[in-house]
Design a protein around this ligand. Structure first.
Ligand code: CAA
Length: 380
């Protein structure tokens, strides 16, 4: 087993760290307060090659491995988890799946600008009545000549307001249950395609989340991804990789909370000495640090398996399950170490807690991750 990163991986990590500290950090509190989408920063992430990290250079991507992606996601999310999820959706849920299952036409027309970061993608699986039970799609599409006509509604869609291209799962043959679901690429501005207001969220406030509506929305046949009836398999396979992205986001939040708590403990004094000299604080920092390392190793393990072309369904679910749990725990402990200062907005650590909570919910709740892990365990 090799625990050394390559020079290239370290360089990606360093680039992400410097960008996060110099360009993202200065405005992160303001963007969180105002729930303002970071359009300029997303554009810059694209210029740095961070929006199509795992896409090959043939399709204008950066051609990196999943380990590099994990390292970059951790650095960005440590400073701003909203940017982390915007980046994660474009990389793991949109561009990855398009390269793997998209036609040549799709790759030329849509994947290239997405991988260059000139266009932004969104992944539309969830519906008002199909969250964890994702097979229960009510959005449906009916064939009409060379088009498919979509009707229905999606909700909780990350990048919903700002994306240009949307991967929409819809029922195309109800008789066939989940084998009757198909993925369509829908362009923003297509007649009949609309979106709801931005959700006023607890955390990741500067990423935008909204519902989508389809009213007789005509999508060309050539915009089908993979093939008719493969939409659910597409969503499940894509989400396996997405869970590595969200695990990395959670590790970033946890590490950010640990760094903030360590820094504060070394300067804040109580009972005649810095609080870092008190064992009560030392034990908290030791536990936080152990959890962060364990979560990072689980996430890197899932990434390494994916890069090696091996199965990573169970490992990505484990990485997300554990990393999201410890992100919440570390954020809570960071607040505790900061005392009253941890409870006010000015000190950032309260945002870690608000941002951490969603990692236990989206891209499969912790309960769903346990189902995935248990099913994989019991298969053999
Ligand atoms: N990887 C690959 N294939 C999978 C899979 C996985 N992890 N899980 C299920 N499948 C496949 C099965 O092999 C099966 O395929 P075939 O029938 O072709 O053989 C098919 O999917 C159906 O599987 P199940 O019978 O196990 O289906 P189920 O209904 O019992 O359970 C589930 C499936 C695992 C619970 C699934 O519904 C699920 O993952 N739910 C959570 C959905 C989710 O993660 N939503 C996130 C929304 S996206 C989001 O949050 C994005 C964002 O904006 C940030």
């Amino acid at each position: 087993m090799n625990f050394e990163f390559t020079e290239e991986q370290l360089m990606i990590q360093q680039t992400a760290r410097e960008f996060a500290e110099s360009e993202i950090a200065p405005t992160s509190i303001e963007r969180d307060k105002e729930a303002k989408f970071p359009a300029e920063l997303v554009k810059k992430l694209g210029e740095l090659g961070f929006m199509g990290m795992m896409v090959s250079s043939q399709y204008d991507g950066t051609g990196l491995d999943t380990i590099s992606y994990v390292l970059a996601m951790i650095e960005i999310s440590k400073v701003d988890a909203s940017l982390g999820v915007i980046m994660s959706v474009n990389n793991s849920l949109v561009t990855y799946g398009l390269e793997k299952w998209g036609s040549d036409f799709i790759k030329e027309k849509y994947l290239k600008p997405l991988a260059r970061g000139e266009k932004l993608g969104a992944f539309a699986l969830s519906e008002p009545e199909a969250g964890s039970d994702a097979t229960q799609q009510h959005t449906y599409a009916v064939k009409d000549g060379n088009y498919w006509v979509l009707n229905g509604m999606k909700n909780w869609i990350t990048n919903g307001h700002s994306a240009d291209y949307f991967l929409v799962m819809a029922q195309t043959d109800k008789e066939k249950a989940h084998h009757g679901i198909t993925t369509f690429l829908v362009e923003k501005g297509t007649p009949g395609f609309g979106h709801g207001v931005k959700e006023d969220k607890l955390g990741i406030r500067s990423s935008d989340t909204c519902s989508l509506t389809f009213e007789n929305c005509k999508v060309p046949e050539e915009n089908i991804i993979w093939e008719v009836g493969k939409g659910f398999n597409f969503a499940m396979n894509t989400l396996n990789g997405g869970r590595i992205g969200i695990a990395s986001q959670a590790v970033g939040i946890a590490e950010g909370a640990l760094d903030a708590a360590t820094k504060y403990a070394k300067t804040r004094k109580a009972f005649g000495t810095e609080i870092s000299n008190h064992q009560a604080i030392q034990f908290k920092l030791a536990d936080m640090s152990t959890k962060v390392e364990a979560a990072k190793l689980l996430t890197l393990q899932a990434a390494a398996l994916k890069d090696a072309g091996k199965k990573y369904v169970k490992e990505s679910a484990m990485a997300k399950l554990y990393s999201s749990k410890i992100a919440v725990e570390c954020a809570l402990e960071a607040i505790q170490i900061h005392g009253g200062y941890g409870y006010v907005r000015e000190y950032l650590v309260e945002r870690y807690l608000r941002d951490a909570k969603i990692t236990e919910i989206y891209e499969g709740t912790s309960e769903i991750q346990r189902i995935v892990i248990a099913r994989e365990l019991l298969k053999d």
